[in-house]
Design a protein around this ligand. Sequence first.
Ligand SMILES: [Zn+2]
Length: 301
Amino acid sequence: MNRQTIQSFEDFIQPTVSGKISSGTFGMVREDGKRFHEGLDIRPSRVFANGEAADRIFSAIAGKVAYLNHETNGPYGKYIILVHPEAEIEVYTLYAHLAAIDKNLRVGDPLPQGKAIALMGRSSTPENPMPLERSHLHFEVGLRLSDSFNRWYNKKNDPLKNPNRHGVWNGQNLVGFDPSYILKSTRVNLLEVVHNLPTALAVVMRTQTAPDFVYRYPGLTNGEVSTAAGWYIEFTWHGLPKHWTALPADSKQLPSNGFKIVGINPQMRDLMIQRQMLASDGKKPGEILIQNLEILLSNSR
Ligand SMILES: [Zn+2]
């Protein structure tokens, strides 16, 4: 077995074929800033004689198994999702492109931190295979938008031609944030990490039913949920609804229906245009903002 030296955070990163280290980190780091990467790509530290990655993958935080995908039927390849109900906020962690998942793992199994769950690899789709030298763990941490995701999905897609194979654990229903906040420190408060993500955009939105998001992540919510007629929602530049304030029916801020943008951080405007949180005019809502709001609202009606 061949072990390589790793000294700094950058040494862990697997870049794309571009060779740029930034391409393996979180953000608008792909295709000259046009494509978003929602996680961190961690390269092998050792390989077998045949060149395949030899690293075992361990649970990042104590939690339980939420989802196991043993097929190579999507861009994540074989992947595992864990949820962490005991963390300060119930984040998910996602481990993708695995070579193999521990055969004994079952959905619902509790796991301590640091339990071996898989072998690093390069699984992907048959149409888009990953070369040996790109082997890596795609690691993601984030929040789930809706429990009713499938209802939104089936309105947008033909479920016979293109079914949702991953339930609520479909990537479109998951919103990650930069995992390096967690990996660079030994002890982090995850709720504080989310609170400290910069606010890039604020919207006010009228709702019939409170989105299940606010019940799942009460640490992100202010005000009276049960009587809310709508919400003031702060978003990160990449589309994570990081803070919610309940608005009563007599709030002057609420639009008569739907939502409206009420604030944009000018320093993040260009980034949000790239991410399609804003349209190309830098003012109107972009596709990702609209999509995330639709998914958040998919529990009503
Ligand atoms: Zn990745």
